[in-house]
Write a protein that binds this ligand. Structure first.
Ligand SMILES: Cc1cc2nc3c(=O)[nH]c(=O)nc-3n(C[C@H](O)[C@H](O)[C@H](O)COP(=O)(O)OP(=O)(O)OC[C@H]3O[C@@H](n4cnc5c(N)ncnc54)[C@H](O)[C@@H]3O)c2cc1C
Length: 419
């Protein structure tokens, strides 16, 4: 019997499969890796953060991009390729760097992230998921007083949209997280988001995949998707390295690899890979390591405590589909973490990782019907896939099953790029 086929078992695909099964669908998930979550969902910074659920395309970004152009260790590194897709994406990204667009998109993202928070709570009380998820709150740390002043205005915007944020002076910041007293540079102030959480996205993805399998979802690992089987302009199945599989509906959640497949159905998805790095360090002295999550403005890195490990993630680089580790950028990330947390880390056992954020130019995911019959989209989660996955999965399942989602889903439709 034809099933609803979900393409990709990253955190987004697995969440889609789970909510589709809960809605009564027969679901098959196809994934090329041997398990769920082994690509971009593998070792992200771990932040579940409505407090940072805003697009990267913001009014101050074009100027910062110019300043970073020549630095190999810059938070955002440009390498321009003779690739029309990259140029088109960049132009669209710059077009979204206005105050009005930033605020409109941020409002939608915050709503989705808060919805995710409530779904995650409900899910975790229903299923025993060993995922290190906890809610210690997040401190956004500033070393520059002028930048901190501007951040106060932004905190007021976030609070108006339902994410409580409190500007703190240095003393108040250290009361919340005493381990920051060892930071190598003076802290000018911080914005505290008390309700932000963190957790291990890989453990969550694999735990949710097991839970979904118990509900009848079939996972086929080691299965490479080659293409879409089309009848006219409708999708009727999927071509894989093990042959063709029929589908009553197909959900495209291949992260950065989604556009190539969508092209076969005549669709242009403006999703571009943006490489990022993480370092994960076991703790040697937990008492000297922050337990609150951190976002450090100077180098733009996120830090989360995952059980007996500390994870820092950040940096962005146009590198096409290259996930190799650049030693300079890995070292810059570790140096930034060490400046923030100089003690309590077993640095000799550091592990480095790089992954590809599936970035849309306006920072919002692409969710819902594609316009091609039978093909649905759940991709483009960029910097926020872990923060949004459950909400995206639920919205997608609602749309596919003809139900009205609890959040305004029209904003995430692909049509916004092709009005
Ligand atoms: C350094 C870094 C730090 C980050 N930090 C955070 C954070 O703190 N908080 C947050 O919310 N988000 C964060 N993110 C973003 C988040 O990790 C991503 O948005 C999310 O993992 C994307 O999930 P996905 O399921 O869309 O993609 P993926 O996890 O990449 O899943 C896609 C799946 O499709 C499979 N696939 C692809 N092509 C094929 C094919 N042809 N056949 C079969 N299978 C295929 C892949 O194997 C993969 O498993 C970070 C990302 C990076 C890189």
């Amino acid at each position: 019997m034809a099933k609803t086929v979900v393409l990709g078992a990253g955190v987004v695909g697995v969440a889609c499969a789970y909510y589709l099964a809960r809605a009564g669908r027969e679901v098959l998930v196809l994934e090329r890796q041997a398990q769920a979550g082994l690509e971009t969902s593998f070792a992200n910074a771990g932040l579940l953060t409505p407090g940072h659920a805003v697009p990267w395309a913001g009014p101050d970004v074009p100027l910062k991009m110019l300043k970073w152009l020549s630095r190999e260790d810059a938070p955002l590194r440009f390498r321009l390729f003779a690739d029309p897709a990259q140029w088109r994406w960049l132009l669209r990204f710059l077009g979204n760097c206005t105050r009005a667009r930033f605020e409109t998109h941020a409002a939608r993202l915050i709503e989705l992230a808060l919805y995710n928070q409530s779904l995650l709570r409900e899910l975790r009380s229903a299923a025993a998921l060993d995922d290190d998820v906890h809610a210690p709150g997040l401190l956004h740390i500033f070393d520059d007083a002028r930048v901190f002043d501007a951040a106060r205005t932004h905190a007021a915007f976030m609070t108006r949209h339902g994410v409580a944020q409190h500007p703190l002076d240095t003393a108040a910041c250290l009361r919340i997280e005493p381990a920051l007293a060892r930071c190598a540079y003076p802290i000018a102030g911080a914005i505290h988001t008390p309700d932000d959480a963190c957790g291990d996205a890989l453990k969550f993805t694999q735990g949710l995949a097991r839970h979904a399998a118990e509900r009848g979802v079939e996972f086929r690992y080691g299965c490479t998707i080659r293409g879409l089987a089309l009848a006219g302009d409708a999708v009727r199945g999927v071509h894989t390295d093990a042959g063709e599989l029929p589908a009553e509906a197909v959900v495209l959640s291949l992260g950065s690899y989604s556009p190539a497949l969508a092209r076969q159905a005549g669709l242009r998805l403006p999703v571009h890979p943006l490489k990022g790095y993480s370092v994960t360090v076991p703790l040697s002295d937990p008492g000297r390591v922050p337990s609150v999550s951190l976002y450090e403005e100077r180098h733009k890195i996120g830090v989360s405590r995952l059980g007996d490990r500390l994870r820092a993630g950040g940096t962005a680089e146009f590198a096409r589909f290259d996930t190799s580790l650049n030693a300079v950028r890995g070292r810059a990330l570790l140096d930034a973490l060490q400046a923030l947390v100089p003690a309590g880390l077993d640095l000799a056992r550091t592990t480095h990782w790089a992954g590809l954020r599936p970035m849309s130019p306006d920072g919002m995911p692409i969710l819902g019907p594609s316009g091609a019959g039978g093909l649905y989209l759940a991709t483009g989660h960029g910097t926020l896939g872990w923060t949004l996955a459950c909400a995206s999965g639920k919205v997608l399942a609602d749309l596919l099953c003809g139900r009205t989602p609890q959040v305004e889903a029209g904003a995430f439709d692909l049509q916004r790029f092709h009005p």
